[in-house]
Design a protein around this ligand. Structure first.
Ligand SMILES: Cc1ncc(COP(=O)(O)O)c(C=O)c1O
Length: 392
């Protein structure tokens, strides 16, 4: 059990341990392969009888340190690093599912995860159903004899509504199904799904874990047995591995995870309330703003996070103008960065999606997504105030 009160100490420890050189920071072992002291030793490393590294696609000391650090933070037995969040998600799903199987999913998922599910369906006959997963009856009604796992993100993009991890995990386990949770929006500092019954947690480590906008990476954590199985199949043989330098950068970023998140959450709370009262804003989506999510939030989240979605009354044109008027807040996709990032799906990420389909995904014309960074909140608020003139 992780001591919930000393996160800065914990982060400093888990990101530097296993250090054989007594250096303050973890060693960067930037090598593709490892030498064997003898032919016999090499043979024993291949059979697993002897501890030691063989080849960086299989494992590497710096990457291993990142994997075990995230596993400890999430309360898991083991972890696996990948070259991107999508690398982690695809490796986990392709390990657990085979043709003819079915995956039950929460109905708000990251766009490329949808893309992956469509590809698995079209090319490999692995089907899926989307459901709000809001009650045991609803979940049970969506489970079929072919269902092999349940997959969710919470908070759900873009409305940031919440899914009750414990409820879904209990129902999944009643049917012998593993639950996979994408914890990217929260980070282990704000939410640890395994403690609420989930079996696997995946992250785009590109976001809060790295935190500095300089790495694309993914990680999955879960039981030792499952991680070993993924390592030897969809990680080793598909090969979406992380590089040692990226693992080192992630370890550096993670040391300040709690400090960053505290500041980001505090600023996000201030900005969510500011936006809620603004005459140009129609709706604000932020966990905890409305009573309906309070019980789930209190149960599984330390704080509401630093992602805010809001809808401008003026639709597409208002969104475009807001983007162009901002001076400090950066127009960019991605999230979880120390810089505050903003994007307008209707004119950016979802420009090519037919309007009708985009609206079905909950992405209204004037919807804007803000990932709050560590800048001073007065500067962020004045940037928004100047850009959100009454004509929006
Ligand atoms: C919730 C979520 N999951 C997964 C991903 C994919 O991560 P990556 O871009 O590192 O492949 C993203 C990327 O934005 C995301 O927001």
């Amino acid at each position: 059990m992780i001591d919930d009160t000393h996160w800065n100490t914990l982060l400093a420890e888990v990101t530097t341990e296993a250090n054989t050189y007594d250096s303050l920071t973890p060693p960067l072992v930037q090598t593709s392969t490892f030498t064997f002291p003898s032919a016999e030793s090499g043979a024993r490393r291949f059979t697993g009888e002897e501890e030691g590294y063989v080849y960086t696609r299989l494992s590497n000391p710096t990457i291993r340190l990142f994997e075990t650090a995230v596993a400890k933070l999430e309360g898991a037995e083991d972890g696996l690093a990948f070259g991107s969040g999508m690398g982690a998600i695809s490796a986990v799903l392709m390990n657990l599912l085979k043709n003819g199987d079915h995956l039950l999913c929460a109905n708000g998922l990251y766009g490329s995860t949808f893309g992956l599910l469509d590809m698995l369906n079209e090319r490999f006959d692995i089907s899926h159903t989307l459901s709000p997963l809001a009650s045991a009856q609803e979940i049970e009604a969506a489970i079929t004899p072919s269902t092999k796992a349940i997959y969710l993100e919470t908070p759900v993009n873009p409305t940031l509504s919440l899914v009750d991890i414990e409820l879904v995990a209990k129902t999944a386990h009643k049917h012998g199904l593993p639950l996979i949770v994408d914890n990217t929006f929260m980070s282990p500092y704000l939410q640890r799904p395994l403690l609420h019954g989930a079996d696997v947690v995946v992250h785009s480590a590109t976001k809060y874990l790295g935190g500095h906008g300089d790495v694309i990476a993914g990680v999955a954590v879960g039981s030792r047995e499952l991680m070993q199985s993924i390592r030897m199949t969809t990680l080793k043989d598909i090969g979406a591995i992380l590089g040692p330098f990226e693992a080192w950068l992630l370890l550096r970023g993670m040391r300040t995870l709690a400090l960053r998140m505290n500041q980001q959450v505090q600023s996000a709370q201030t900005l969510a309330h500011y936006l809620l009262a603004h005459p140009a804003v129609d709706k604000v989506y932020y966990p905890g703003l409305y009573a309906k999510d309070k019980a789930i939030m209190d149960k599984q989240m330390r704080a509401p996070g630093a992602m805010i979605s809001f809808e401008l009354k003026g639709g597409i044109e208002a969104g475009r103008q807001l983007m162009n008027r901002l001076q400090r807040i950066k127009r960019a996709v991605s999230l979880g960065d120390i810089h505050t990032l903003i994007q307008h799906p209707a004119t950016m990420t979802h420009l090519l999606v037919p309007r009708e389909d985009r609206l079905k995904m909950g992405l209204a014309d004037g919807l804007v997504r803000l990932s709050v960074g560590i800048e001073d909140v007065v500067d962020l608020q004045s940037d928004l105030a100047a850009a959100l003139r009454s004509d929006l």
